[in-house]
Write a protein that binds this ligand. Structure first.
Ligand code: SF4
Ligand code: SF4
Ligand code: SF4
Length: 212
């Protein structure tokens, strides 16, 4: 069965609007808590290589192992604007594990079971590939290991899962230990009101109208 493209596009737009509120709301909540600070540590996901820490046998990135906090202040965040809401998300399922009768896979990528998957919209019982699934991160479980981010990279995924500093958790250390250890220097200081790098600000209708 083919997908009605207009319906799919409208659906994704509606989801992106709703999810964007959640994602930005999470950042805003953190910003409110630290509103008296001039600058905060940020992570540019376009520079981050999701480095693997070779001393960690589980293959965790340095954002998980270098933070002064036991459970890192860096978390995976889904940028819903670019998520495909896929039936088989390669960042959620371990597609090298045994495939089940319903087309999904036995194994999961996240070692903490921190990714929640839920069907959104109406179910197509005849073709599961037509169904939309939302993937959200349970930040209380996420260690910022980056394994899901690695598996979300193109061509397997859309690259919508990224690492971000959560400012409601970050201690705002004078010298961030992750910044010191980060090979490509993806960590930087910026004003608390600045939008984190790597996230495009959606064009407002007013800005579009005034464009030449
Ligand atoms: S960063 Fe690691 S712990 Fe967090 S959701 Fe991704 S795989 Fe799970
Ligand atoms: S500033 Fe401190 S608490 Fe925040 S991410 Fe860096 S090491 Fe972790
Ligand atoms: S240490 Fe740097 S490169 Fe490694 S995962 Fe963190 S931000 Fe990315």
């Amino acid at each position: 069965m083919s997908i009605d493209k207009r319906t799919r596009r409208d659906f994704l737009k509606a989801c992106a609007r709703g999810a964007g509120v959640v994602a930005v709301g999470g950042v805003a909540a953190g910003l409110t808590l630290r509103a008296d600070a001039d600058k905060v540590w940020q992570l540019d996901p376009d520079v981050c290589t999701v480095c693997k820490d070779s001393t960690n046998s589980a293959g965790w990135g340095r954002c998980a192992t270098e933070c002064v906090l036991k459970n890192s202040a860096v978390k995976a965040v889904n940028n819903f604007d670019s998520c495909g809401y896929c039936f088989i998300c390669p960042a959620y399922f371990d597609i090298t594990s045994r495939q089940l009768d319903d087309g999904t896979f036995e194994g999961l990528i996240c070692p903490q079971d921190a990714i929640n998957r839920r069907l959104v919209g109406e179910a197509d019982e005849y073709d599961p590939n037509n169904n939309f699934f939302e993937y959200t991160i349970d930040e209380s479980k996420c260690t910022g290991c980056g394994l899901c981010v690695q598996h979300c990279k193109p061509p397997g995924g859309n690259g919508s899962l990224r690492l971000q500093v959560r400012h409601n958790l970050c201690e705002d250390c004078n010298q961030c230990t992750i910044a010191t250890a980060c090979p490509p220097t993806a960590f930087y200081r910026s004003r608390v009101t600045d939008r984190p790098a790597g996230y495009k600000r959606p064009e407002s209708p007013a800005r579009k109208r005034s464009a030449p």
